[in-house]
Design a protein. Structure first.
Length: 144
């Protein structure tokens, strides 16, 4: 009985955490992947930018100046030096664009891809749902 219970608990944990912990084995930049592989087409807010193909796995949190959810699949990060990076979430993060607020907790002072973020209800401050970040791909203004 105890073995069955432990097996069921392990299976449930794998089903819940599996997608969040899955490593992105594809080293191709997002710009070279199909539009439906990660978050579908780029949001209109990125029309003045182009993807460079340069990716980062993590950033020191002190390097991040700001972030802006563009829709439920994409977050644009601006670093202190002015560089911008796009994170395409592996799955839809319901309410991210509408609420525009999220939180994360990290013990290593770095924000990395696959890090879990939690969408916050801006009226009540309560959690609305969680999702994992994608890799960060550098974007530049067209013509730069």
């Amino acid at each position: 009985m105890k073995t069955k219970l432990l097996t069921l608990l392990a299976l449930a944990a794998a089903l819940v955490m599996g997608p969040a912990l899955a490593e992105d084995k594809d080293d191709r930049p997002y710009s070279t992947r199909g539009a439906t592989e990660f978050g579908g087409p780029l949001p209109e807010a990125l029309s003045e930018y182009e993807l460079t193909g340069d990716t980062e796995r993590c950033f020191q949190v002190t390097r991040i100046r700001s972030s802006r959810p563009l829709d439920d699949f994409h977050i644009l990060f601006r670093l202190n030096n002015g560089d911008r990076y796009l994170s395409r979430l592996n799955h839809r993060c319901s309410g991210l664009k509408f609420e525009g607020a999220y939180s994360y907790s990290t013990g290593i002072a770095r924000l990395c891809h696959l890090e879990i973020i939690t969408v916050l209800n801006t009226t009540t401050g309560t959690p609305r749902g969680s999702c994992g970040l994608g890799r960060f791909e550098k974007v530049v203004r067209k013509g730069e």
